[in-house]
Design a protein around this ligand. Sequence first.
Ligand code: SAM
Ligand code: SF4
Ligand code: SF4
Length: 383
Amino acid sequence: MGEPLLARVIPLLDHRQFAERQQAHSHAQSLPTGEVRDRLQRPLRDLRISVTDRCNFRCAYCMPKAVFGSDHRYLPHSSLLSFEEITRVARQFVALGVRKIRLTGGEPLLRKNLEELLVLLAELRTSDGNAIDLTMTTNGSLLARKARALKAAGLNRVTVSLDALDDHVFKRMNDVDFPVAKVLEGIEAAQAAGITNIKVNMVVKRCVNDQQILPMARFFQGTGVALRFIEFMDVGSTNGWNMDAVLPSEEVVRTLSKHMPLMRLLASAAGETAQRWGYVGSDGQHAPALGEIGVISSVTQAFCGDCNRARLSTEGRLFTCLFAGQGVDLRRILRNMTTRDDEQLASAIASVWQGRSDRYSQQRSCVAERSSMPKPEMSYIGG
Ligand code: SAM
Ligand code: SF4
Ligand code: SF4
């Protein structure tokens, strides 16, 4: 093992720091419910919950085998938030403005009985009485088996990660010899089960899978599945990131446009990470039947200005940025609470959000030089 285990490198915010943060913002957060805004006036809308740090893939950009080898020790089950704990926390987030919850990981479908969590989360309501937008990001390996149960539990949307159509390239990327066909089977099963909103995420690495951009776009055009190209990010500290391996989204759009005319579409929601491009039909207009693609330019065109996402790690730590060095331990609050009153939890979340000023991607070059704090891994805080 080249690096220490992740669980050991993420520093816990100690009591004093947390008290200081609470004190600093107590004037602004007297109400434990109601919408909160951070220091840059960004609302809290989107919560990503990592339900497990386990994964059956070893994508080099996320959990490289050299670091996450067969001797890697995952978190013990007792460290994980239970479904009831996740739901209690999520309820407070919803009261503070969250409208969308994404289950992620690690590989979320490895968490046993995940459907039970979906049922609980699907019951949450926003202050105006609406159901939350519930979704999941998965590598698709277990989707064929689970799609019907997930749909029955309340899942209407899913994002499946698939980095290539070519088996050789895909197997090299997942590094566990997993075939493309099984992921495609999962996507078909999700469609057949009635999950209507399906997206595919493709992380693009220069000279690794960039030759797959066009085949992937051709394959998914007109299928109702929106393909999204993601720039390889410097998240975590184990994936050997360097700028040379980043293929800017601009290049993706330029490459595709030569073969498949595209036009820019409006964002469908504030804070949306993907820039949308629609396929143009013979009349020169966007042809909805052909569908659209998205590009997520986290490196070359940072979108921190609208970032409304919070992340809850597998062990219940709250991270306000994908690149935050430390998370606030909500599990300690959850498990120490003497009453069933959730006000303390809501106050803690509100306080953390109101103190937030993260904009790592916009500051990338100077922050990277400045920060000595280890960055959390994507599999731990959830992508
Ligand atoms: N295991 C699930 C999956 O792969 O879909 C969910 C967790 S994964 C961490 C969530 C998303 O993050 C995936 O779409 C994955 O491709 C993306 N991802 C992971 N590491 C990345 C990196 N270094 N740069 C860009 N995207 C990354
Ligand atoms: Fe696993 Fe997803 Fe990370 Fe790949 S990107 S190693 S599938 S958690
Ligand atoms: Fe949000 Fe942090 Fe990503 Fe910026 S770098 S978009 S603040 S998660």
